[in-house]
Design a protein around this ligand. Sequence first.
Ligand SMILES: [Zn+2]
Ligand SMILES: [Zn+2]
Length: 366
Amino acid sequence: MISSTQVDSLYSRVEKCKEEDRKREELLDELVAKLQATTEELKKTKLDLEHEISARRGLQEQNNELSSKLTAKPYVLVIVDADGYYFNGLNEGEEGGKKAADMLAKAVKEHIKSLGNDFDQCDIVVETYANTEGLGKTLVDNSQVRSINEWRHFWSGFVCRQRMFAHVDVGGGKEHADQRIRERVEFHSRIWQCKRVFLGCCHDAGYATFLGQFVSTGKITLLKDGVCHPKLEALGLPTVEFRGLFTGPVASGVSGASKGGKRFQNPFAWQMRLLPVRIDNKSGLRYDRPVTVTIEDVKRIEKMRLCHWFYLTGACKGCDRVHQVEQRLTTDEFDSLWTIARRGECYNSRKKKVCHDPLCIYGHKP
Ligand SMILES: [Zn+2]
Ligand SMILES: [Zn+2]
């Protein structure tokens, strides 16, 4: 049997053990709490450090950008829609191309001198866009160049002459040159080094809406070739013209644009069908031979947006309607197109004068 003294002693030892356990527990709690606090602190410090690093990286990038702004060379860009702008010398092959390139470089250099110190060190970058093959064929047909090869040589002379001149053949799609040019303008106008874009597109009102967004940037100057479409003029962008660089206006749909010769010729137009000119016995004035057409035909032809001059008389000096030699008209289609053209009364007829132009396609009232 165990004595009561022994029990007391055991009890006191157990109590001591319990006390030590409590202390140990307390110590463990304290340690865990400290560990948690330290971990939190470490986390915070790590976050701070990350912020610090990313801030430094940002500053470094800004610094790089600024120093590249200070060191990279500024430039001006000349973009020409060469489907509508014809360089002088385009019928002189490679030599003509070189001459045109030199002339353009010289003209731009002189012009930007007048724009201030910002432009002193500018490189001159030139990009021309055209459906080279298609336009070449038209030029050959119109005897403006002797062969497609001569035309190609013009462009190789043009791009080889100046280091930063390029010609882009956009192929046969209708809107290609247009689309490419828009993309280029958008791209370059955002670049700090690009001080100005000189854009040769004044023949085409289609650029007007697109260019509206750049009016306030001060980065775009229209490069004119004689005339400027009223819609583009209305934007109020600055304009410049380099005399003698282009052959003169062949612009489409612009009044006064037609003095540059016959741009489109259609050897298959049946112009004899317009003849003979008929004169009214009583009034002595010209009148139009009656034609029989159907409303359906007239409506259909109207939708095709055919050029009246090109399909009726065989030549157009430039307009934005359709000119396709492959498109041959039947007599019914010819008469329908003529009917549409006659809706506009001839200038002479309106003045009650006799119209003597055998190929006048407008309406005449006796
Ligand atoms: Zn036309
Ligand atoms: Zn007339």
